[in-house]
Design a protein around this ligand. Structure first.
Ligand code: CA
Length: 505
């Protein structure tokens, strides 16, 4: 029997409605809903006076703007946002879970494409990367032609991807922040799913010159091609397809082999979240993350504004002072970035998040960090940096789905697990994305767009461990090429929105 509400921690003075609850319904003994309560929204367990703390997840979500009565619906209009946790002298290393305390992975190998160094590939793709948006139109047309005319002759290659982005020219290339988008593009060229084959197409007059993204030895006529060197459409297409064919011949010789989990690198993201995300989908993904980490894999979670209010909790999981300091540094940078733009962290959440019961960014953050599981944080990276350690990594990126995705891809993830409450058709072309929803209603509605529902955890009919196991199995099946997630089945792929915090000229 499905339950009516979820309480996260003993000290909480609110519960979350598992389904729409009509006014007058007895929620628990002696407690009746005083208004209609929408699914995923909060109900007060006791009278909370104006300025009193509203507590969920054992943390203060905010302070009541007016008197709240027992049984009242609590929504986003009723809370005052508390101060962000301080970034100074955060306690670290006090909550380090030992490997043997993590859930044991039921499988310890997968089938991937081994690379000379770094994580293995989950797909075998030819990636054609532009240096500048001006070349994007040509490359997209060329890729369609390559897929039509060449790809069928190379059955061991999974696809050809036009990696286009808005950066490259009309930008302040010497700006102190320019290394962020430049690093992202440089690392995309060497994504593990591209098997070390470099193919870069430039226009010829852009600011992002080849030497900014490639070492000297890789800037050869085998790897880079400049559109302004060619006489018109036919010559350009011929040059691109000929270069592509040489790469396809080599890629076609790659085969999957049985690999340890150590060679797998998985990213975690959530978007279109609701108040169930932190109850069902994110903790289940966190359980799968813990299994992966125990098995030696690398797992990255990100999204600065969605961890900012839980940063003191994450700091306790940092393995040393340096990692804690790096975490604080990334948060501080983002605080200043938001302030420079004249906004605060309350610019997040979205209208959809609020409709889904998330009152403010504190509540969203507490749900968001659950996808990191419980493992120690071994490294903190800036946007698009590649990890040098195995285990749980924090990679600082914006929380925006379409920016976080490409940033994690640039760091080298071979697969992303994406949790959603409201629903998004989001997908990435360079690596597969498994979508996990927080409520069964969404899975029923979007039966062919969502891969896994964690909704039974919200209703109390399945455990986090059971759904976590299902996610873990799907990660290994998708990474091994045995299964395709919904977004790949339909070719629903988002653009590579590279984060550029530097000025445009
Ligand atoms: Ca997101």
């Amino acid at each position: 029997m499905a339950r009516l509400y979820v309480k996260m921690k003993d000290q909480d003075n609110v519960v979350v409605a598992v389904r729409d609850i009509a006014a007058g319904t007895e929620i628990m003994e002696g407690l009746k809903a005083r208004q209609d309560i929408p699914q995923a929204h909060k109900i007060a367990l006791c009278d909370i006076p104006a300025k009193g703390a509203v507590i969920r997840y054992g943390v203060v979500l905010g302070y009541a703007l007016r008197d709240i009565k027992r049984g009242d619906w609590i929504n986003e209009h009723m809370l005052d946002l508390p101060e962000s946790p301080s970034l100074d002298n955060m306690e670290f290393g006090t909550e380090l879970v030992r490997p043997e305390e993590l859930p044991k992975p039921s499988r310890t190998t997968w089938m991937g494409y081994k690379n000379a160094k770094g994580p293995a590939g989950t797909r075998n793709l030819l990636g054609i990367v532009t240096t500048v948006q001006c070349a994007a139109g040509v490359v997209k047309v060329a890729v369609e032609q390559i897929k039509r005319e060449l790809l069928p002759r190379y059955p061991h290659v999974d696809g050809v991807v036009a990696v286009t982005h808005p950066y490259g020219c009309g930008v302040a290339i010497q700006a102190p922040l320019a290394p962020i988008p430049i690093r992202a593009i440089a690392n995309l060229i060497r994504h593990p799913n591209f098997g070390g084959e470099i193919m870069v197409v430039g226009l010829g007059c852009e600011k992002l010159t080849y030497d900014r993204i490639l070492p000297k030895e890789d800037i050869t006529s085998e790897n880079v091609l400049t559109l302004q060197d060619y006489a018109g459409h036919d010559a350009m297409m011929r040059a691109i397809t000929e270069m592509a064919e040489r790469k396809l011949e080599r890629l076609n010789q790659r085969t999957r082999e049985e690999l340890p989990l150590k060679d797998l690198f998985v990213g975690m993201q959530c978007g279109g979240s609701d108040a169930f995300s932190g109850i069902s989908a994110n903790p289940s993904a966190g359980y799968a993350a813990d299994m992966l980490v125990r098995g030696g894999a690398t797992v990255m979670f990100s999204e600065v504004t969605e961890v900012r209010d839980g940063v003191h909790i994450l700091a306790r999981r940092c393995v040393d002072a340096h990692t804690r300091d790096r975490l604080a540094e990334e948060m501080r940078w983002y605080d200043e970035y938001l302030a420079a733009g004249g906004v605060g962290r309350d610019a997040n959440p979205t209208p959809g998040n609020k409709k889904g019961g998330l009152a403010n960014i504190v509540e969203k953050a507490m749900g968001s960090i659950a996808k990191s599981g419980t493992s120690p944080i071994v490294q903190v990276l800036s946007l698009a940096e590649k990890p040098t350690k195995h285990g749980l990594i924090y990679g600082a990126t914006p929380a925006s789905d379409i920016v976080c995705g490409p940033s994690q891809v640039a760091s080298g993830i071979g697969l992303q697990v994406f949790m959603t409450g409201r629903g998004t058709p989001y997908g990435l072309e360079i690596c597969p994305v498994i979508k996990v929803c927080s409520r069964n209603e969404l899975k029923n509605h979007w039966f062919d767009l969502i891969d896994i529902s964690a909704g039974d955890v919200a209703t109390g009919e399945r455990s986090i461990a059971e759904v976590g196991q299902e996610i873990f199995d799907m990660i290994l099946d998708v990474a091994s090429g045995i299964k395709a997630p919904c977004s790949d089945r339909y070719g629903f792929h988002n653009d590579m929105c590279i984060f550029n915090p530097a000025p445009i000229t």
